[in-house]
Write a new protein. Structure first.
Length: 558
C-alpha cells in the first residue's frame, strides 16, 4: 500500500500498515488531479493545482493529529498497473475502515453556504465510490471548499442517515452491514453515479464483502457478476427484490417512451437503480431473514422451493422472498411478505411483471409442491424476441376424465404446472402425460397419452394393459434430456401406431384404447385428441382426454 509520508511528502510503500496509522481523503475528482507518476516525479512546485492542494492539505491535517501517513486515491495508486489497480479496488473498503480519520472535501460547498442545504445537492453525495467512503471509516470529518471543518459523522448521524438512506447503526459501525438485507444496501447506491459503467458494480464490492477481478470493457455485465458473487456467499433472497420502475430524468423518459416495456426479465437486476424502491426492505417475521439455499449454474439460478399461486397473480407463480416492508403493518405472519412474479417460458423460469413486487394480503393463495426450478439470470435481446409470444403453439391440457388425476408429465423442462401447458420449442415437441383413472369404486388404472407437434398434431393413448405402456415407461426413465423431446420426433419413430395425418390440420387423429376392469368386469374406453385452437389470441393446441364405460355395443361417458 503506497502512503504519503506526512513530513517528507514522499511516497512510501508500506506492507500491511498499522491500523489507525494514516489519514485518508474522500473527494470528487476534478480536471487537474495529480497521478501516481506525476507525484513520484516531484511535481510539488505547482501548488496552484487544486489536485495537489488537496494532497498537501490532507497531509497537513493528518500531521496536526500526529499521524505519520496519509492516503489519497489520485496519487497513491499506480493506475498504469492493472494488478495494482485491481488490488486497490478490492482493498478499498478495508483501507478506509483501517484509517484513523477520513477527511471529506466538498469542493462545491462554499464558506458562506448553509451546510444542511448545500450538502443535499453536493456532487460528493451522488458519486458511487463515496458510499463506502462514508460507511467504512469510524471517524469522518467534513470540510467545505475552503477547508473549513463543518461537521463530523459522529455529530450528524441522523442528518446523514436522512440524506443518504443509510441506516444509522451502519453509520455508527460498518460491522452492522451484515445485518441489513441486501436489497436495502443496494438502495443506498440507487441514485449514485460513476464515470465508468463497470464502476457501478466495483464501487459496491466492499459494501457486500465481495472480491472479484476487474474487467474494464465488460460494461453492464460487471453488475451481473457482482450479484452472482453475492449469491455465492449469501442466502438472502432480497437480492432479487428489485423493480424495473425507478425515477428517470427527462432524457431517459423520452427514450423509454419509445421502447416497448419488457414483459419478462432475468432474476438479476441490471443496475443499482432498480433497487430504488427497496429502501424499506426488512427481514421477515421476528426479524429473521429467510435463508434458502440457491445455486448459480449455467442454466440460471437453481432453487428448490414451493411456488405460490395467488388469486391476484393470474397464471404467474410467486416466489416468496421471505422479506417485508418496514414498518410492518400486519401482525399476521401469513400477510405482508414480499415476493416476485415468475413465469414458465420456453427459455425457463423468468421474472414476469418486473416493474412490481408482490405483497401478500387478503388474497387467496395456494402453495405448490416443493420442486427444483431454474430461473434465468438475464434475458438476451434474442430471447426477448422469442418471448414476445411465449405460449405460441403450446399444448394445453384442457380436458381429462372425470375424477382422474394427472400423476406425471414429461418433459418437465417445458411444463408449466400453473397454466397446465407444455411450452413450444424449436419446430415442436413430444410430450407425455400420465393419468390415474378410476374405473369403479375399488379400482383405478394408469393411462398414458403421448403427443407430437413436430409435424401434424398427433396423439396416442395407452392404458397399463397395452404392451406399449411398459416401453414408454422405460423410455421415460432413461430419456431425461430435453433434446430427447424436441430434437427428433421419437414419438412417431417409436410409439405412434397410426400413420394417418390429422384431419384437415385441425384435429389430430382420435386415438382410443380400452381397459378391462378386473373388479367390475367391464371395459373402460379412453379416447384422446389434440386439437388446434386459440387461447388469449394465441395459436395453441388443446389436449382432450375422455373416458367412458362400455355398455353393450355403445358406451356412456363417465
Amino acid at each position: 500500500m503506497w502512503l504519503i509520508n506526512n513530513r517528507t511528502k514522499g511516497l512510501e510503500f508500506v506492507q500491511n500498515p498499522k491500523e489507525g496509522s494514516y489519514a485518508i481523503l474522500s473527494h470528487t475528482w476534478g480536471d487537474d488531479e495529480v497521478s501516481f507518476q506525476q507525484y513520484q516525479q516531484q511535481v510539488l512546485a505547482r501548488r496552484s493545482e487544486q489536485g495537489l492542494e488537496k494532497i498537501l492539505k490532507t497531509c497537513e491535517l493528518a500531521l496536526m493529529r500526529g499521524l505519520p501517513y496519509s492516503w489519497v486515491d489520485t496519487c497513491c495508486i499506480d493506475k498504469l498497473s492493472s494488478a495494482e489497480l485491481s488490488e486497490a479496488i478490492n482493498s478499498m473498503f478495508k483501507w478506509y475502515k483501517d484509517s484513523a480519520v477520513c477527511f471529506v472535501h466538498l469542493s462545491d460547498i462554499g464558506a458562506a453556504d448553509s451546510f444542511g442545504r448545500a450538502f443535499a445537492a453536493c456532487r460528493w453525495l451522488k458519486r458511487g465510490w463515496t458510499l463506502q467512503e462514508l460507511i467504512a471509516p469510524r471517524h469522518v470529518e467534513f470540510y467545505d471548499a475552503a477547508w473549513k471543518k463543518r461537521t463530523s459523522k459522529a455529530e450528524s448521524l441522523s442528518f446523514l442517515s436522512n440524506c443518504t438512506g443509510i441506516d444509522r447503526e451502519v453509520l455508527e459501525d460498518s460491522a452492522n452491514l451484515s445485518r441489513i438485507p441486501i436489497a436495502r444496501r443496494m438502495s443506498w447506491a440507487s441514485m449514485r453515479e460513476t464515470t465508468r459503467v463497470e464502476d457501478t458494480a466495483y464501487c459496491l464490492m466492499g459494501i457486500f464483502g465481495i472480491h472479484m477481478s476487474m474487467i474494464y470493457g465488460e460494461g453492464a455485465n460487471a453488475f451481473i457478476r457482482l450479484q452472482e458473487e453475492i449469491a455465492k456467499q449469501s442466502c438472502d433472497l432480497s437480492l432479487f427484490a428489485w423493480t424495473s420502475d425507478f425515477p428517470r430524468d427527462e432524457e431517459e423518459d423520452r427514450a423509454c417512451s419509445e421502447i416497448i416495456p419488457e414483459k419478462f426479465r432475468g432474476i438479476f437486476a441490471r443496475s443499482p437503480r432498480e433497487f430504488f424502491n427497496s429502501g424499506n426492505i426488512s427481514a421477515g417475521p421476528l426479524g429473521v431473514l429467510m435463508e434458502r439455499e440457491f445455486t448459480i449454474t449455467n442454466k440460471g439460478v437453481r432453487i428448490k422451493t414451493s411456488l405460490v399461486q395467488s388469486s391476484l397473480g393470474g397464471k404467474d407463480a410467486i416466489l416468496n422472498l421471505g422479506i417485508r416492508q418496514r414498518p410492518q403493518t400486519s401482525i399476521i405472519n401469513s400477510q405482508g411478505w414480499i415476493g416476485i412474479y415468475l413465469a414458465m417460458t420456453p427459455v425457463g423460469y423468468v421474472r414476469s411483471r418486473p416493474d412490481r413486487l408482490y405483497t401478500a394480503g387478503n388474497d387467496t393463495r395456494v402453495a405448490g409442491r416443493s420442486t427444483e426450478i431454474y430461473i434465468r439470470k438475464d434475458i438476451s435481446a434474442l430471447d426477448q424476441t422469442a418471448l414476445a409470444n411465449p405460449f405460441l403453439h403450446s399444448i394445453h391440457l384442457r380436458a381429462k376424465p372425470q375424477g382422474a388425476s394427472t400423476t406425471d408429465v414429461m418433459p418437465t423442462a417445458l411444463w408449466d404446472p400453473i397454466r397446465q401447458i407444455f411450452l413450444h420449442q424449436a419446430l415442436g415437441i413430444n410430450a407425455y402425460v400420465k393419468y390415474n383413472v378410476r374405473c369403479c369404486d375399488l379400482e383405478t388404472f394408469q393411462v398414458m397419452v403421448g403427443c407430437s407437434t413436430i409435424q401434424e398434431p398427433t396423439c396416442q393413448v395407452w392404458t397399463e394393459q397395452d404392451e406399449t405402456f411398459s416401453l414408454i415407461l422405460e423410455y421415460w426413465a432413461n430419456r431425461t434430456e430435453l433434446s430427447d423431446y424436441v430434437a427428433v420426433d421419437y414419438f412417431r419413430v417409436y410409439f405412434y401406431r397410426n400413420s394417418r395425418p390429422g384431419v384437415g390440420g385441425t384435429w389430430s387423429t382420435p386415438s382410443m384404447t380400452r381397459f378391462k376392469c378386473r373388479v367390475a368386469l367391464r371395459q373402460v374406453v379412453v379416447a384422446a385428441r389434440l386439437v388446434a385452437g386459440e387461447h388469449e389470441g394465441t395459436s395453441v393446441y388443446f389436449l382432450d382426454v375422455d373416458s367412458a364405460v362400455q355398455v353393450s355395443d355403445s358406451y356412456v361417458v363417465s
